[in-house]
Design a protein around this ligand. Structure first.
Ligand SMILES: [Cu+2]
Length: 383
């Protein structure tokens, strides 16, 4: 049986009007649960919580001074991608580096020449297989997915290494009622982050569901700075948990449009009408076919795996910038829509879903074929 040592610590004046946050450390027989304020978390930053708490297995007395609380590096955000349990909150720490970078650049080796394994190399952004300049987060498009549990505390240090640009990140779907200054709207809720500086976003994951983050500056979003933000609840607390068997972290579908020039090149004054996207991407991958050509680029698309007979929850995020709306279908499969913009809806069966920029839809797909590969189709409407 797990022994739980629990220490409640009185709040001094918190910087924000927050309730407390719970930190859970360690995998040993003894788990230490400490309740503390956000102010204390960061004032005592720099100490090693895991080591200091785990090496010290003796009971913690309420009169003792607070042990060191948090070394942010002990809680990489990826460790927050987990089955959510009631009252087990974490601080989820991410480091984002904004850069001017290249799709199909040197990091992709011989991907363009058909060496498929090179397309999966670290820092290789393939887009639709055409070399172009991008603005990336951590040399990935989409940026790192943030997948946490409701009530977790999200901390994102955003370092702007993109010469000549200032940026903000907006957390689409998070209401930011207690932290409006974390909303990421340049010149409204904050000054944009200048080149060569770092800004720390920190806020509670308050709104459960499928959300979205993206740069709110210039054309950075269409240039590549966006990603998934998914806030789960404990399975038992999801009113539609009887509708699906699996809610897998890799089953999000982030749609974006992709142009072979920078977004900034689109306005104003182009003499041609070619201001439309060249491709649509799913999770940063697509295949380009030039107008008048019958050949597509051969870069590998995004693939989702399912097992026959099971029901899977998928989370669709429309990250389109210039094309709208888009039509979405899965070949030979229907979609049971269970949530729209992160709110549960009465389940309805559809075979086609139309969405606009910024919208999110959660749907359930039943893998009702014994075997086979099925295309996911995304089509821009009105083009
Ligand atoms: Cu948005």
């Amino acid at each position: 049986m797990k022994k739980i040592t629990y220490k409640s610590h009185s709040l001094s004046t918190p910087r924000y009007n927050f309730s407390n946050v719970f930190i859970i450390a360690g995998q040993s027989d003894e788990t230490v649960v400490t309740e503390t304020s956000i102010e204390e978390l960061f004032d005592q930053n720099g100490m090693n919580i895991k080591n200091s708490l785990l090496q010290d297995s003796m009971p913690v007395l309420a009169t003792e001074p607070m042990p060191p609380i948090l070394n942010l590096s002990n809680y990489p955000g990826e460790e927050c991608k987990r089955d959510c349990m009631p009252n087990q909150k974490r601080v989820c720490y991410f480091q984002f580096v904004l850069e001017n970078y290249q799709a199909m650049g040197v990091a992709c080796g011989k991907c363009a020449e058909g060496v498929e394994s090179d397309c999966y190399k670290p820092q290789c952004i393939i887009g639709d297989g055409v070399e172009k300049g991008v603005m990336s987060i951590n040399r990935q498009i989409p940026g790192p997915d943030i997948q946490v549990c409701q009530g977790d505390y999200i901390v994102v240090d955003v370092a702007n290494h993109a010469h000549g640009s200032a940026a903000t990140l907006h957390w689409h779907g998070m209401h930011m009622k207690d932290t409006p200054y974390m909303d990421g709207v340049p010149y409204v809720t904050q000054c944009p982050i200048p080149f060569a500086t770092t800004f720390r976003y920190e806020f509670y994951a308050t709104e459960p569901g499928t959300q979205f983050y993206h740069s709110h500056s210039g054309h950075h979003k269409v240039n590549g700075q966006y990603g998934a933000l998914i806030v789960r609840r404990p399975f038992k607390e999801d009113p539609e948990n009887l509708m699906y068997d699996f809610d897998l972290p890799e089953h999000y579908i982030l749609i974006s449009d992709w142009m072979h020039v920078y977004g900034e090149d689109m306005f104003p004054g182009r003499p041609s009408r070619e201001i439309l996207p060249n491709s649509l991407l799913i999770n940063g991958r697509g295949q380009y076919m030039a107008v008048g050509s019958s050949e597509r680029t051969t870069v590998p698309p995004t693939i989702y795996y399912v097992k026959a007979g099971e029901r899977y929850r998928f989370r669709l995020i429309n990250g389109i910038s210039h094309a709208c709306p888009v039509q979405f279908q899965i070949e030979k499969h229907d979609l049971v829509i269970i949530a729209s913009d992160s709110f549960n809806v009465r389940p309805r069966l559809f075979n086609t879903l139309v969405s606009n920029s910024g919208e999110r839809y959660d749907f359930v797909v039943t893998a009702n074929h014994t075997q086979g590969d099925f295309w996911i189709r995304v089509r821009a409407m009105g083009i």
